[in-house]
Design a protein. Structure first.
Length: 472
């Protein structure tokens, strides 16, 4: 960022260190302070980790919440903390009886043979309060994934396991991700007072988990081992249920045969949504891509794109005109500084070595160098193109886009994810069967609702694509 600002003649001042990046020695100082700050962050992370380890070894909670327990701060009345309150020496946990009963019941249901989805639906139907949902889901409800993790959490048997994962930042995406640590680095501490589930019930649940995994391990390729077919699902992550705002996911079928089906996970796994309409992935993609092709080849759409292109081009021409005026001013200012610099050179030659004159000359040369950098940013643009050339350019790119949607699934998925945003899927029953009304997201479909046939018997689209109608 500092280098980018400096390229455009903008200085950054670090107040605490007294560094101005426009100074000649600023680069070394910024690098040195950056190294010191990086070392401080590494040391701070190590101290925090070591402090959490000390809490674990004392049988305390290093941080976070868990369903079935409440966090109880340990106050030190002899040491003041923030805001006039006593300092907190640590955080202990106590069993929350109401939630603990739900945990025991959950273990019992799974041990008796109930599946994760059925347990979720049962708890949701009874109105049992669930943990807070993640940021990616607005609806608060029990789900198979959360129950799956709870059935494997040894805290419920009175054992606190810590240091299983480490959070690190992905240098490519900038996001923090959790990575598993080696098992020999895990810390296991017995905490009998936190036991909720008996050992016999725990062993019964773990035995069934092992049995289920053994039976499904050969066929299951989902999760982190995603299939080649799943990576080619063009609209995964873009389809949103209109009833509950959950993202539609593959809920049944096998990707190797091409018969996987999209459906609402809140209906399938949680039982809190009325949208039970499912649609085959290949049928959905065929209908949506057909609609896109018809839109892209529509002459009215081409003219619309052409008009928008010309509007943006006109705006760019106005900006270029304004920049040309600014460029003229910079060139004029640079010429005046060059004359001033030459006069200072002549004065130094006549008067000999003079600290004042040399300092003034260095300042003027610095201003000239700054103007040179700013002048370089104004790059000329050739906009000599006729309307027919622009129209031909738009048509060629539209045809290339149609080929891309058909021939390269990986590139198509990136393109659709960049330009669609979301497609709202609203289920609707018609005399001929269930359909999905698709709206929103994509610019090409922003003002329309499209009907997608949800049953297996796909009807061929009409040439005029009469399935579209205005939403008003």
């Amino acid at each position: 960022m500092v280098e980018t600002f400096k390229f455009y003649g903008v200085g950054v001042t670090f107040v605490s260190q007294g560094i101005d990046t426009l100074d000649k020695t600023a680069r070394q100082l910024v690098t040195l302070n950056g190294m010191m700050d990086e070392q401080f962050l590494v040391g701070l992370a190590d101290k925090v980790h070591r402090g959490q380890e000390g809490r674990i070894l004392k049988g305390l909670n290093p941080g976070g919440k868990l369903y079935g327990y409440i966090n109880v701060p340990i106050l030190n009345l002899n040491r003041p903390g923030k805001y006039g309150r006593p300092a907190v020496d640590g955080v202990d946990q106590e069993i929350f009886r109401e939630q603990a009963e739900v945990v025991v019941r959950m273990f019992q249901m799974y041990a008796s043979g109930m599946g994760l989805a059925l347990i979720s639906k049962t708890l949701n139907a009874e109105g049992v309060p669930s943990p807070q949902p993640p940021k990616t889901r607005t609806m608060q409800a029990w789900g198979p994934s959360s129950i799956r993790e709870m059935l494997r959490n040894e805290r419920y048997r009175g054992v606190r396991v810590w240091n299983r994962t480490v959070k690190t930042r992905n240098p490519e995406t900038g996001r923090k991700v959790s990575k598993a640590r080696p098992r020999e680095e895990w810390e296991r501490v017995e905490v009998p007072k936190l036991r909720i589930v008996s050992e016999n019930l725990w062993n019964a649940v773990q035995a069934r988990i092992a049995n289920v995994n053994k039976g499904l391990s050969a066929a299951r390729l989902g999760g982190m081992n995603r299939t080649e077919g799943s990576r080619s699902y063009l609209f995964s992550g873009l389809l949103v249920c209109a009833e509950c705002k959950s993202r539609l996911v593959i809920i049944s079928g096998r990707g190797t045969r091409g018969y996987v089906r999209y459906g609402c996970p809140s209906h399938r796994y949680r039982g809190v949504c009325d949208n039970g309409v499912t649609i085959r992935q290949d049928r959905l993609e065929e209908q949506l891509l057909t609609a896109l092709e018809q839109r892209l080849a529509n002459p009215h759409m081409i003219e619309y794109v052409l008009v928008r292109f010309q509007e943006e081009l006109q705006k760019r021409l106005i900006d270029l005109q304004r920049q040309s005026y600014a460029l003229e001013g910079l060139v004029k200012e640079r010429s005046m500084l060059k004359i001033k610099a030459q006069r200072l050179v002549d004065a130094v030659s006549a008067a000999g070595h003079s600290s004042a004159l040399l300092s003034a000359l260095a300042a003027v040369e610095g201003q000239i160098a700054d103007l040179d950098r700013r002048i370089e940013t104004y790059k000329p643009m050739d906009v000599a193109a006729t309307v027919e050339e622009i129209r031909d350019f738009v048509y060629r790119n539209v045809m290339n886009l149609r080929d891309l949607l058909h021939d390269d699934a990986s590139k198509s998925k990136v393109f659709l994810a960049r330009h669609i945003g979301q497609l709202i899927m609203k289920p609707k029953q018609t005399p001929t069967g269930p359909v999905y009304e698709v709206s929103g997201g994509l610019d090409l479909l922003a003002r329309d609702v499209m009907q997608v046939v949800a049953r297996d018997g796909l009807e061929p689209p009409t040439p005029a694509f009469s399935g579209l109608r205005s939403t008003n």
